[in-house]
Design a protein around this ligand. Structure first.
Ligand code: 13P
Length: 282
């Protein structure tokens, strides 16, 4: 029984200055691989499904599998809804027993983001789940663009204290120069801004767009308050490389794809756990 809340994972990460990886698990192979890697590394982990990925595997099907896999894991695992956008998805995740939900109101007006986050916190308190919110906007998609990474979208330091104290969220995702997806130019993180936000709020800080960042980026971010780092694209890249190899071999045996993608995910996850310093913690 190793299903835990995000809040519990964040407490130890903050106390001992490391970050827990959140890995988007779109299918059964990814769920199994992340958990196996976490067990082998003696690391906590967060398995997550994003609302935009629900069309590929509906929450009602993949959610119970994630919760069961986490319960049976030998290490602590939080089950998280990544980028929850609709009330329906958030309520469904809470009903399914997710121990953490992210409400992404980052494209709303400031006051609307506060009001919706407050509402999600109220719902989550009824099940004991933790809530991550986003202030500022981390842009990008599978092809992040420079425009979406403009400083105008960065998290406002002064607003950060007001936002977390009024919403009661448990973790705050910040925009400091990362983007989701592949970086088109060298990412330059605004560590000064992160340090200033960290000085204002006691809460664990979340870094989205963790794929493609360097070891020094992770080290600087963890030093200045980041306790959760989200990874998706690097796993996709690893899996696609292996799928290409299987296809190029002329194989028609799909089980080879399953085996190869599981190995690719595990390799990426283990590497990140080492970089985040979460290995050997449980
Ligand atoms: P990457 O795909 O850039 O790793 O970002 C993942 C993420 O932040 C999911 O919320």
């Amino acid at each position: 029984m190793a299903l835990v809340t995000l809040k519990e994972l964040m407490k130890d990460a903050q106390r001992n200055h490391y970050a827990v990886g959140m890995f988007n698990t779109l299918n059964l192979e990814m769920i199994k691989s992340v958990i196996r890697a976490a067990e082998e590394q003696h690391s906590p982990a967060i398995i997550a499904v994003a609302e935009v990925h629900a069309p590929f595997n509906p929450l009602s099907l993949i959610g119970p599998i994630m919760v069961k896999a986490a319960r049976e894991a030998k290490v602590q695992i939080a089950v998280h809804l990544d980028h929850g956008l609709s009330a329906a998805a958030i309520k469904e995740a809470l009903e399914l027993g997710f121990t953490s939900v992210m409400y992404d109101g980052s494209t709303l007006d400031y006051e609307d983001n506060i009001a919706w986050t407050q509402q999600v916190v109220e719902w989550a308190r009824t099940t004991g789940a933790s809530v991550e919110a986003e202030l500022g906007h981390v842009g990008g998609g599978e092809a992040g663009t420079a425009e979406e990474n403009h400083e105008a979208f960065y998290t406002d330091v002064e607003q950060s204290y007001d936002f977390v104290s009024r919403t009661g969220c448990d973790a705050l995702a910040v925009a400091i120069g990362t983007v989701h997806g592949v970086y088109r130019s060298e990412p330059r993180l605004d560590i000064g801004r992160l340090r200033d936000i960290h000085a204002k709020i006691q809460l664990p800080i979340v870094l989205h767009g963790g794929s493609g960042l360097k070891e020094t980026d992770f080290r600087n971010c963890i030093e200045h308050g980041v306790s959760k780092i989200n990874i998706c694209t690097d796993m996709f890249i690893g899996m696609m490389n292996e799928i290409r190899k299987v296809a190029d071999s002329g194989s028609i045996n799909y089980t080879e794809v399953i085996t190869a993608t599981e190995a690719a995910v595990a390799e990426v996850v283990k590497q990140k756990m080492t970089l985040f310093g979460s290995n050997g913690r449980v």
